[in-house]
Design a protein around this ligand. Structure first.
Ligand SMILES: [Zn+2]
Ligand SMILES: [Zn+2]
Length: 172
């Protein structure tokens, strides 16, 4: 979703859209599916050659559990407040926005890329290693069974009383 600066009138512009082209893998490996695609409403305002862009957004994503690989839904929603500047500042360039809380993005070719800005925000917001539940037991490293579905017996075998008895006999 890109908007040309010349299309933003002096009174500002409201842009609302749903990003149906976004794919799960664009957001990161921890995203398995897009349950409901990102929706955003942007308020754009020209500030000289900069653009103030404020947005509300929401999306529903299927996150892949980092322990058991099960997918769990996650609703994300939030607000964005950033300023698009014409290009990356030089090393010694003094950024004088006066408002430290504003995030800065850059535009080129006379248009601001709202879709990319939202994608960046979502990527930063999502957990790096999601869990389906805080105490997810994960997968048995021996047989690959989902331990949330019950014990697989691999660990039980290690402490099987018969083996314990055998071990004892060997010692005696
Ligand atoms: Zn899990
Ligand atoms: Zn097992």
């Amino acid at each position: 979703m890109k908007v040309r600066l010349e299309d933003i009138p002096p009174e500002g512009l409201t842009v609302e859209y749903t990003d149906t082209r976004l794919r799960a893998q664009d957001l990161g490996l921890q995203v398995g599916s897009i349950i409901s695609p990102p929706w955003a409403r942007w308020q754009l305002k020209l500030l000289g050659e900069m653009v103030r862009a404020q947005a509300s957004y929401r999306a529903s994503l299927g996150l892949v559990c980092s322990r058991c690989l099960a997918e769990t839904p996650l609703d994300v929603a939030g607000e964005l407040d950033l300023v698009f500047r014409p290009q990356a500042p030089a090393e010694d360039d003094d950024v004088q926005l006066g408002e430290d809380e504003l995030e800065v993005a850059f535009y080129e070719g006379g248009e601001v890329d709202l879709g990319q800005a939202l994608l960046d925000e979502l990527s930063l917001t999502l957990p790096m290693a999601p869990l389906c539940r805080p105490d997810c037991p994960g997968i048995c490293p021996v047989c690959g069974r989902l331990l949330s579905e019950g014990a697989c017996g691999c660990r039980a075998k290690e402490t099987d009383p018969r083996w314990a008895k055998l071990a004892k006999l060997e010692i005696e």
